[in-house]
Design a protein around this ligand. Structure first.
Ligand SMILES: [Zn+2]
Length: 199
């Protein structure tokens, strides 16, 4: 009897967890969509990530950093100069990263800001540094926002449907989509899964 209870309770927890996750995912996709709309980003594919950062008041710059670090976000609403940059909101990216990777780092930092920064609660201040290792559930959620922002669901489906009409392999499709959205191929691969488009 106890064993059966354990199994049922585990199943219940599992399905409830999944439901919450889906609900959360939809919320995050919607926030990414709204962020694009607010910045008036209407391209067919590639997102202008710098424009989106600027639209939110951020200055983005390249920084010399340890190789284990991808970038950082720094907000100090009370200052108008951070690290010699005339801004109260700064995103720094490790200058050694590829252009595609940098775009993802910037989108990720925007995720920290959109999803979790609250001016009142943070007293106008927030700082976070990205390490390559040690990504937890929280950071994974922000990565999901970044992927949703750089490869918006509707644009992805539209481009994919168009490419599906041509006689291409999945590998070729991934390559073309990565070029069009200017992201690493692994981001395109994860979008297939996230949007339930894996056959
Ligand atoms: Zn992060």
């Amino acid at each position: 009897m106890n064993k059966l209870f354990d199994i049922i309770s585990k199943l219940f927890k599992k399905s409830r967890g999944k439901q919450m996750e889906e609900h959360k995912r939809k919320g995050i996709e919607e926030k990414a969509r709204q962020t694009l709309e607010d910045a008036n980003d209407k391209n067919d594919a590639m997102v202008d990530i710098i424009n989106i950062a600027n639209n939110l008041g951020f200055t983005v710059y390249n920084v010399e950093m340890e190789d284990s670090e991808d970038g950082f976000i720094l907000v100090n609403e009370k200052e108008n100069n951070i690290f010699g940059q005339e801004t109260s909101k700064l995103i720094g990216v490790n200058l050694t990263r590829s252009a595609e990777w940098k775009r993802f780092i910037i989108a990720h930092e925007i995720g920290h800001y959109i999803l979790y920064y609250n001016e009142e609660k943070n007293n106008g201040m927030f700082a976070h540094r990205e390490h390559k290792t040690g990504k937890d559930e929280f950071e994974n959620e922000i990565d999901f926002f970044a992927a949703s922002l750089l490869v918006p669901a509707e644009r992805f489906k539209k481009n994919l449907n168009e490419l599906k009409k041509a006689n291409l392999t999945k590998k070729e499709i991934i390559f073309i989509l990565a070029e069009r959205f200017r992201v690493e191929r692994k981001i395109i691969e994860r979008r297939f899964g996230e949007l339930g488009l894996n056959e």
